[in-house]
Design a binder for this molecule. Sequence first.
Ligand SMILES: Nc1nc2c(c(=O)[nH]1)N[C@H]1C(S)=C(S)[C@@H](COP(=O)(O)O)O[C@H]1N2
Ligand SMILES: [Mo]
Length: 324
Amino acid sequence: MVIRRGGSLEGGIASSEITPKDAFLNRRSFIYGAAALGTGAVLLDQVPGLFHPKAVHADQKLETVPSKYTVPDVQTPFSKATTYNNFYEFGTDKSDPARNAHTLHTRPWTVQVAGLVKKPQTIDVDTMMKYRPLESRVYRHRCVEAWSMVIPWDGYSLSEFIGWAQPLPSAKYVQFISDDKSSDMPDKPSALDWPYSEGLRMDEAMNPLCLLAFGCYGEVLPNQNGAPVRVVSPWKYGFKNGKSIVKIVFTDKQPKTSWNESAPDEYGFYSNVNPSVDHPRWSQAHERRIDSSAFPKTIPTLPFNGYADQVAGMYSGMDLKKNY
Ligand SMILES: Nc1nc2c(c(=O)[nH]1)N[C@H]1C(S)=C(S)[C@@H](COP(=O)(O)O)O[C@H]1N2
Ligand SMILES: [Mo]
């Protein structure tokens, strides 16, 4: 099924546009199939053609338009981007989210817009998804653990959504709160305080590079990648990009963020990709680029993940060693 784009957030959506519940149930049975394969799926998939990656995802096509915010790097295969994930709500191993995230119910889904806004309200994710054309943007993704991927995300600039939300002039930060329903995520580890929370300074959130993503690889986001809606700020370490967002809060104070709260010396609020500021336990100078090869190459990490031209100006005058 093709999800149509366009329309406005204010407008309602016709029932014909809503994916029938049973289509979602069908999709879940695909995902259960993958679960049975477990970790083996990852290994098998390294032999091209042996394992069909469609088994682990929503398989729901999106209509997208090209974007000027696309990097020319070779893309990480879909099968790896959807089976090697961090989504701690579903377990701490990289293979856990693809196996466990089928329990997340992604419809109906609403996002609450709260805090310092003209009109606090709750919006349906399907309405949100149709607010602007979904651009296909190929972004570099650099995890703080020194691996990276190149992923085509489908979404529109977060700034568009913020424009719709109408924050008050006093709003200086945006906080993104992820879902934490125990019914859908029964085995959340105690490694972090839930719900997962992340945040950006308002100018960072308004930077056109900062994406609100509803899909990847031209399809609805697989649950393990943060369905139905997530943030992607490609010049920052991956953990800044909250998945499965249920609440967006505008604040005048720097919001609490999960990794910063759990280990403030290791994970700063800014977390801009910076090869010259090491993590206390490892170097950030290089990254393992996960591509189609069975033996990923190690490549130098670029300041701001290669997006310095577009974002460095936001930090002029700031000591990036202190504001890591
Ligand atoms: N809710 C939530 N969001 C999250 C995480 C998480 O554990 N929970 N992990 C983060 C980390 S560390 C990374 S690297 C990216 C991974 O996104 P991907 O699996 O789509 O590559 O999601 C980020 N967003
Ligand atoms: Mo990460």
